[in-house]
Design a protein around this ligand. Sequence first.
Ligand code: CAA
Length: 259
Amino acid sequence: MAYQNLISEIKENILYVTINREKALNALNKATLTELADVIAYADKTAEVRGVILTGAGEKAFVAGADIKEFADYTGEQGEGLAREGQINVFDAIENSTKPFIAAINGFALGGGLELAMACHMRVASETAKLGLPEVTLGLIPGYGGTQRLTQLVGKGKAIELITTAGMVTASEALKIGLVNHTVAQADLMVKAEEILNLIKQRAPLAVAAAIKSINASVNEGNGFEIEIAEFGKCFETKDFKEGVSAFIDKRKAFFKGN
Ligand code: CAA
């Protein structure tokens, strides 16, 4: 797929998406968000894609936030529209995707950049990465779900401290508070993300999607237990379930087709 602001390619069932605005530290302008919405929808509907790795171009930034220059003159109504559209089409779309997304955080993940990483299902950070939600330094608050997802990941007290002080944390601090899953040397960033997806690739795709949906429901829905029960039941109707159980009984490796 040809994009202006993204590089995207599929290799061995993994879709690699690189936000490619290095001169602007990969800041998310509207055009980039539109392309991201498109590539997320593509990942969701393409069986060949078993997982997605999202990263930023260069070694300095994953994404340094929403594009400040683009919204400098916005009214309240425009600001609300920007947040609503972005949240639905990009941030919520990633979180609700049937494909696992890993953010490979290769540098600054600030504002909308950290929000993008938090919308992903897992985060692997380079040891040199710095993470934060500095919106209050601009007279704003996070608008792409940051107040909600940071609270879910690190708890209310730490989220309030990070957001109201606009403090940045290092990768090792982020690991300690549960904001990222792993930290690795910059050179090993992709290796670690691929290692996780290569394990997931061996599992039943519909069960992986059902697990993500049920786990999301624990924080986003009124009754996640009911969703888990329903998703558990649906798994019994899949061919992958028959294959998984037959493979166990036959003492062989399962071969899942995602049906
Ligand atoms: N939007 C637009 N342009 C940005 C940007 C952003 N978020 N972040 C960096 N850039 C641009 C800079 O303007 C600069 O461009 P020029 O060379 O044309 O001047 C270029 O990227 C390089 O940046 P710096 O010169 O600032 O690099 P630095 O090494 O001195 O500082 C930094 C790096 C600390 C990350 C600094 O760039 C910075 O603080 N960026 C802004 C971070 C921020 O406030 N993010 C939140 C945005 S608001 C938001 O995201 C709202 C929301 O939740 C929806």
